[in-house]
Each structure stands twice: as structure tokens, then as C-alpha cells.
Design a protein around this ligand. Structure first.
Ligand code: NAP
Ligand code: MG
Length: 496
């Protein structure tokens, strides 16, 4: 890599120090002194040592968050003052955009263009929620409550849920941080963020920028650590009022079980096995690149990755050939190279897991229509792989792989396609490509999925709720629904 692209040039001295975490506005080491290594997935090298939160640190963060809730250090500010803080946070994100994007590429491996998009999208989401703060208010029941012998004044008040644990994954660290923190702060909650073990660095940086923007100490705490230790302690803590989690369905279920102890509120954004349906009448110039990127974006490490393709007989061969041609032109490599379209997977473990699925697909009898090549590197690269002729019950056709692996199936009858597309425990995303308006509406209605994209794929926007049906999750993020998830409603009856 040439010197001008060296991602470490500006960050080196910062990363050579042990990375402290954020509790109550202070940068601390873990109470038990533990540190863990974090890696560059493009090279496998250690880039920093990070303080590893244990149960004691989680308890300290929860106590700090609770103190801030009791003292109303955040909700005591005017709506306008809080909106200005979120707005400043957005501005700081943009002002530090290059640094944040570099840090994201270094720790996550994603292409730099994607990292820049994530920073600017996150700033937009913060501004959306900054604008929503002044609109949080209850309703009055008015005269409807009056009886002949009594007059009532009845109203609802909206209040923050309280102390919230926000557990985020490694596949989009900046975006998933902001997607949770922005509505939580807008609602007036105090947050403890547990970033993924693989990607703690941008979360810590975002914590620092939030403080600089004026989020009061204790209102936003950032605690990197291990899921089964710090994450589990946060979920089990009796003084946490809500957990919002993004990650695997398996851990989501563990969280539900643990949250039952104090019935804390839980929202979950989990996995998927999302179908992409290309009808015979589709505009293939639109459908092919969109269906290809549906599975290849972020090297397939996307919760709504379009990992199952269904295409009509008349276009099936052309669609598969088109996706293969599209994939073969995408460069795999370091996210810092401007030509890179596909970065490495996050870790050796994830690479081995995805490669095991590819092997499993072969053994199960599916045909490999395409498998690309990986760069000679110690990075965790996996080549795009396209399977055809897979059995519907094969593991590659049913389980979330979380890598650039597509299973393509030829299918014509619309009812059969709907049946196959819905025959999964998941329901996060679905793509439909057709020029036939009534077919588009019919499919949009019939697909059991939190998101349906017609003649496009994977759009996420702050005005649109995002979340899953079935085992893809509970609740919605983004939009007013994302804000609602951090609010309680109080009904007040007052007899006059
Ligand atoms: P994961 O374990 O579900 O990780 C998500 C977050 O939960 C991380 O911060 C993780 O910490 C934390 N966590 C893990 N165990 C926990 C527990 N018992 N209590 C509380 N928090 C806990 O996901 P993963 O192991 O990184 O990836 C495995 C698979 O999950 C992937 O292959 C993919 O299929 C799926 N996944 C889905 C998404 C999505 O966006 N829906 C994102 C990531 C992964 P650690 O980082 O320390 O484990
Ligand atoms: Mg895990």
C-alpha cells in the first residue's frame, strides 16, 4: 500500500495507547485491568488494545446512567437545547468524517466509500431525530371523558424508558451505533453502548464526539467488551429498563430469556435469509446489478443481504450469468484502496464459518456456478460464490451465511415463489423486480417481510421503519416508530 493511503498515519499515536472506555464522562480502564486486542481484518494484524469491560464496569455505567436520569441532567434541558446537541453531534461526525471512515475501514475492513456513506447517513439520522425532539408530546382526551356529574381532565405524557443498553454488531459499527443512540437520546434516555468485540474503535470515537457535542456525562457510556461477559451483564442488570440489540437470532433469544428477569423492554434487529425475486418481465439492466449488490454489498455481511435468488425460467440463465459477470468485475482487497468493492470478512472465525458453508453446499449437491478468487493476503477474504441447483432444504438455502454466497433457484409460478420466499424462519428483507405493477403489489402484500424493495434493494431511510417479521426481530428502528421504542406512555386522569 502506498504511503499516502496509509490509514495509520494520523491515527498511529492514538492507537498505540491503551484504549479506555467511557463511563460517566470519564475515560477509564477496566476495573479488573483486562485489555483485549482488536484487529485489522484486511491483514490480521493487531491495531490496538482496548479496555475490556467486566460486570463491575457495567454496574458502574448503569449507576452513572441512573444518576443522570434521576438528576434530569439530559431531560432537564429544553427540547431545543437537546436538539442542538444532537445537531452538533451530527456536525462533528461530518467534520471528523475522514478520520471516522478511516478508523472504520481499519477495524472493520469495509470499502472506504461505504464507510464515508455510513458517516454521512448517520449524520442525517442524527438530524432527523434532533428534529423529532420538540414533537414528543402526549394527547388530551378532552370532553370525551366528561360525564354529566363530573368533569375530567385526562391526558397522556410521553416519558423516556430510562436507562437503556444498546448492543451493536460489527457489520456496520458507526451506522448501528447512531441508529440506536440517536432515537434513544432524542427520547431522553441514558445509554450504555456495548459495541462488538471485533469493532470497538469507532464507537469509542463517537462517544468522545458526543461528549464534545454536549451530551452530559453519564448520559452516554460506551463499554467495549465480550458479549457473554459485558453484554450479558448489561442485559441481566436489574436497573436497566430496556435493551435494544442488533446481531444474531441466537443471541437475540438469549437476551429475551435474560431480560425476562425484570421484564425490561426489548427490541431486536436480527438475522435474515432474504429473497430476491426477478420476474420474467423485469428490466434486467436494473435487476442484475441490484440483485448482485443485494448479496455482495459489505461482502454479504448485511442483516438483509439478498441471499436467496428466485428468477423466472425465461430469464434465469441471463440473470445468473449477469450476476456472475458483475461479481467477477468487483475487486477484492483492502478497503483503503479506492478500487476495492469487496473488503475482507470481519474475522478468521467468520471467514472459516462462511467457507464451511460453501463446502457444505457442495457436499449437499448444489452446483457452484461461480467462485471468484481471493487476493494473496493474510486478510480474511472470501470470494463471491454463486450456487445453483440447490435442494430447498439444503443448509445453504435455509441458514444465514453472512458472507458473499448466493443460492439461485429457477421458479415460475408466482404462488410457488411466494411460498418458497416465505418458507423461512426469518422475515427481514425482500427484493422484487418486475415491470408489472399488479404483480409488484401482489408480491409486496404476500411477502412476510419487514421491508420490501421493488426494483431496488436495501434502501434504508430515517423516515421509514426498519425491522423484521418472525425471527428477524421485535420492533422497528428508524422513523417515529424507532423513537416510540424508547418512550413510555403515561395516562393521567384528573377529576375536576
Ligand atoms: P452476535 O454474537 O449476535 O453479536 C452481536 C452483539 O451481541 C455483539 O456486540 C456481541 O458481542 C453481543 N453479544 C454476544 N453474546 C451476547 C450475550 N450473551 N449477551 C449480550 N450480548 C451478546 O453475532 P456474532 O457472533 O458477531 O456473529 C454471528 C452471526 O450473527 C453472523 O454470522 C450473522 O449471521 C449474525 N449477525 C447478524 C447481524 C445483523 O445485523 N443482524 C450482525 C452481526 C452478526 P461480541 O462481539 O463480543 O460477541
Ligand atoms: Mg457472537
Amino acid at each position: 500500500m502506498n504511503a499516502k493511503l496509509d490509514p495509520l498515519s494520523g491515527l498511529k499515536s492514538e492507537l498505540s495507547r491503551d484504549q479506555r472506555f467511557l463511563i460517566d464522562g470519564e475515560w477509564r480502564l477496566a476495573a479488573n485491568g483486562l485489555l483485549f486486542d482488536t484487529h485489522d481484518p484486511a491483514t490480521g494484524t493487531v491495531i490496538a488494545r482496548v479496555a475490556e469491560a467486566g460486570a463491575e464496569d457495567v454496574a458502574a455505567a448503569v449507576a452513572a446512567a441512573r444518576r443522570s436520569v434521576r438528576a434530569r441532567t439530559w431531560t432537564g434541558l429544553s427540547a431545543d437545547a437537546r436538539a442542538q446537541v444532537l445537531w452538533r453531534f451530527a456536525e462533528l461526525l461530518e467534520a471528523h468524517g475522514a478520520e471516522l471512515a478511516n478508523l472504520e475501514v481499519l477495524n472493520n475492513g469495509m470499502p472506504i466509500t461505504f464507510a464515508h456513506w455510513m458517516v454521512s447517513a448517520s449524520a442525517t439520522w442524527l438530524r432527523y431525530y434532533a428534529g423529532s425532539i420538540a414533537r414528543i408530546h402526549g394527547k388530551t382526551a378532552g370532553d370525551a371523558m366528561n360525564e354529566s356529574d363530573r368533569a375530567m381532565h385526562a391526558y397522556t405524557a410521553r416519558e423516556p424508558v430510562g436507562v437503556v443498553g444498546l448492543i451493536i454488531p460489527w457489520n456496520g459499527p458507526i451506522g448501528t451505533f447512531v441508529m440506536k443512540v440517536a432515537p434513544a437520546l432524542a427520547a431522553g434516555c441514558a445509554c450504555i453502548v456495548k459495541p462488538a468485540e471485533n469493532t470497538p474503535l469507532t464507537a469509542l470515537r463517537l462517544g468522545a464526539l458526543a461528549l464534545e457535542a454536549g451530551v452530559p456525562p453519564g448520559v452516554l457510556n460506551v463499554l467495549p467488551g465480550l458479549g457473554p461477559v459485558a453484554g450479558a451483564a448489561l442485559v441481566a442488570h436489574p436497573d436497566v429498563d430496556k435493551v435494544s440489540f442488533t446481531g444474531s437470532t441466537e443471541v437475540g433469544k438469549q437476551i429475551v430469556r435474560s431480560a425476562a428477569a425484570n421484564l425490561k423492554r426489548v427490541t431486536l434487529e436480527l438475522g435474515g435469509k432474504s429473497p430476491c425475486i426477478v420476474c420474467d418481465d423485469a428490466d434486467l439492466d436494473v435487476a442484475i446489478p441490484a440483485a448482485a449488490m443485494a448479496i455482495l454489498a459489505n461482502s454479504g455481511q448485511v442483516c438483509f443481504a439478498g441471499s436467496r435468488l428466485y428468477a423466472g425460467s425465461k430469464v434465469f440463465d441471463r440473470v445468473v450469468a449477469g450476476i456472475v459477470e458483475f461479481a467477477s468485475k468487483l475487486a477484492l482487497g483492502s478497503g483503503f484502496e479506492p478500487t476495492t468493492a469487496l473488503g475482507p470478512l470481519i474475522s478468521r472465525k467468520q471467514r472459516d464459518r462462511v467457507l464451511a458453508y460453501v463446502e457444505c453446499g457442495r457436499k449437499e449437491g448444489a452446483t457452484v456456478a461461480y467462485q471468484g478468487t481471493v487476493p494473496a493476503s493474510d486478510g480474511y477474504f472470501v470470494a463471491p460464490t454463486v450456487f445453483v441447483n440447490s435442494d430447498v432444504n439444503a443448509r445453504i438455502a435455509r441458514e444465514e451465511i453472512f458472507g458473499p454466497v448466493l443460492v439461485a433457484t429457477r421458479m415460475d409460478d408466482l404462488d410457488e415463489i411466494v411460498q418458497a420466499a416465505n418458507d423461512t424462519r426469518y422475515g427481514l428483507g425482500a427484493g422484487v423486480f418486475t415491470r408489472d405493477l399488479s404483480k409488484a403489489h401482489r408480491l409486496a402484500q404476500a411477502l412476510q417481510s419487514g421491508n420490501v424493495w421493488v426494483n431496488c434493494y436495501g434502501l434504508v431511510h430515517p423516515t421509514m421503519p426498519f425491522g423484521g417479521y418472525k425471527e428477524s426481530g421485535w420492533g422497528r428502528e428508524m422513523s417515529s416508530e424507532g423513537l416510540e421504542a424508547f418512550l413510555e406512555t403515561k395516562s393521567v386522569f384528573m377529576q375536576l
